[in-house]
Design a protein around this ligand. Structure first.
Ligand code: GN1
Ligand code: MG
Length: 567
């Protein structure tokens, strides 16, 4: 083993400064470690070590983001971005859990953490302590007040690994950090202004390809709820660079505004189906959107009536449907090219990825369009991986997290085709190629990104000349209900088949089936949350009353079985 005595001492000394809070266990979960911020210093410190090891192992830049997304402001969290800008490889999650949970409350146990690290370093053949080993980690944080101290803890974890360097990028949206990591590893310009420029330029390109008579049909006024978080401020910066879009941003999180995620933001609007704070009857008829606390989720909405807070929600499923319709139309234009050689070069597989939370009506709609729809468990890490198996993979969670992935082969063929068609400036196939190339530039290839998603949705609405009402009419959601059940141990529930079937506790799935069979168009599943200490219940049926009552009936079974401890 190449690790030096200095390296041992460095980790030992700093590890002892970050004792693990007694009696707590952390799990990498759906999207990294999350908890009440005051108990996270040790977790973030050790995540710094983890990120440095990952950078040593891959020889590439790694990202470390301090955020708890849509969770309350007092929570925080940490997640790691891999060299391609995606989530940390799932193969490293067991090591992450082992490292973060190892108790080092006294110095002799500090040695134990060294052993965890050293064993893993040996298994993974990581050049720790090597003469030429160097590691680079980009750090970002959202606007949570606890973020500043946690970034310091991460820096100490990183610098405990000899040769590792932390670069603090300050306050960023989560997708900005993922984008920067990806670009750095491709040796491309990766600053925040590069990010804004790329978004503004590709948006401009899409808008320039919109027939003018269509763009005129779309109401210019558009209001965005920034969740009192980082996304609103970043959109304020970006909007000055945009042409062809008039956007007003509310809930920026400035002094006098409300609290991060409190009755605002994409998660609130999607789950409660009501307008966020800062919106009211004056917004009747206006196209509105909501970002979540770290701006990796986006939902649209419109007020249903001037005297109620209820909204017509345009969720991730409908954003996905808008993107899918548009992409399919561009591919159809390209498939009409008369040149066989060019057409064959572009043969492409388009896939759509959803989770069990996707509204059944959206899946039905997408399948009717002739699209291939597949399902994965909840969590972007699963959806992203699946989508990357296609030439064009579109994925979205119902909550508004999603993006479009293009394979490098497809993009390179598209460039060739576009060049060949250059002599035909007005032909529809060339415009389709240009549009797809612009979408590839605009939409974040690393992770779902509310800002780039919002610009793409706006460009497509202009292209079709659609109002939000017209968009919402693509299909009608089946009524649904989501409930959270507090339980002592969420790990008591184990699921299979993309989380649609309960395996443990035994007998629970049969009870869910029996309840579901009572309702027309009934569908119901439960799963343990990966971000909160709860079991989630999802139910769908042909009326809202039926969906509510199915969810409540299943909630009762979950409560009874999980408190009986009979499994
Ligand atoms: C029903 C729901 O919205 N679940 C969310 C939520 O995960 P849970 O594991 O359900 O807590 O947070 C994840 C991270 O943001 C997101 O990927 C996921 O879709
Ligand atoms: Mg988020």
């Amino acid at each position: 083993m190449a690790t030096s005595i200095n390296q041992h001492q460095s980790i030992l000394e700093s590890a002892s400064r970050f004792p693990l809070p007694q009696g707590l266990r952390f799990s990498y979960g759906t999207a990294g470690f999350r908890a009440e911020a005051s108990v996270l210093a040790s977790t973030v410190f050790r995540s710094g070590i983890l990120a440095a090891l990952r950078s040593l192992k891959t020889g590439a830049v790694i990202g470390l983001m301090i955020t708890a997304s849509h969770n309350p402001v007092n929570d925080n969290g940490v997640k790691i971005a891999d060299p391609d800008g995606g989530m940390l490889t799932q193969q490293w999650e067991p090591f992450a859990d082992a490292l973060i949970n190892f108790d080092v409350s006294c110095m002799c146990i500090s040695w134990a953490i060294m052993l965890v690290v050293l064993k893993f370093v040996e298994e993974e053949n990581i050049p720790l302590g090597g003469v030429n080993s160097s590691a680079e980690i980009l750090l970002g944080r959202d606007t949570r007040p606890s973020g500043r101290a946690l970034v310091e803890a991460a820096k100490q974890g990183i610098s405990a690994v000899i040769g590792a360097v932390a670069i603090d990028m300050g306050i960023l949206t989560t997708p900005q950090l993922h984008w920067m990591v990806r670009r750095r590893n491709k040796r491309m310009k990766a600053s925040e202004s590069d990010y804004f420029e790329q978004l503004a330029k590709s948006f401009r390109c899409l808008v320039d390809l919109v027939p003018k008579e269509m763009a005129k049909l779309v109401d210019a006024k558009f209001v965005v709820d920034g969740a009192n978080g980082v996304g609103g401020e970043k959109l304020e910066q970006l909007k000055g660079m945009l042409t062809g879009l008039e956007v007003e941003v509310r809930n920026l999180g400035r002094k006098g505004d409300g609290i991060l995620n409190e009755n605002v933001g994409a998660d609130y609007v999607q789950k409660e189906k009501v307008i966020p704070c800062g919106f009211g009857s004056d917004d009747m008829g206006i196209r509105c959107a909501s970002l979540d606390g770290d701006a990796d989720r986006l939902v649209y909405f419109r007020l249903l009536s001037a005297n109620s807070r209820s909204v017509d929600l345009v969720d991730g499923d409908k954003i996905l449907s808008l993107f899918a319709v548009f992409i399919k139309e561009q591919l159809d234009s390209l498939s009409k090219m008369t040149n066989d050689k060019l057409r064959n070069r572009l043969s492409s597989r388009l896939g759509v990825v959803q989770t069990a939370y996707a509204n059944g009506a959206s899946t039905h709609y997408l399948k009717q369009l002739g699209l291939e729809v597949v399902f994965t468990p909840t969590g972007v890490k699963y959806l992203h991986k699946k989508a990357s198996e296609y030439d064009i993979g579109i994925y979205f969670e119902a909550n508004g997290h999603g993006t479009i992935l293009f394979s490098e082969d497809f993009i390179s063929s598209l460039h060739d085709v576009e060049k060949e068609l250059a002599s035909c400036p007005d032909c529809e196939s060339r415009n389709a190629a240009l549009r797809l190339l612009a979408v590839n530039q605009l939409i974040n290839q690393a992770v779902g990104d509310a800002l780039s998603g919002l610009l793409l949705a706006e460009a497509i609405l202009q292209y079709y000349g659609w109002s939000i009402n017209r968009w919402s009419e693509l299909y009608h959601d089946l009524p649904s209900k989501q409930l959270k059940v507090k339980v002592a141990d969420r790990s008591a529930v184990v699921t299979a088949n993309a989380e649609t079937q309960v395996v443990k506790p035994s007998g629970l799935q049969e009870l869910i089936n029996a309840e579901t069979d009572k309702y027309s168009h009934g569908r119901c599943f439960i799963r343990p949350s990966g971000t909160e200490d709860i079991i989630r219940v999802y139910a769908e049926a042909s009326t809202q009353e039926a969906a509510d009552s199915l969810a409540q009936a299943v909630e009762q079974h979950v409560k009874r079985l999980l408190t009986e401890k009979s499994f």
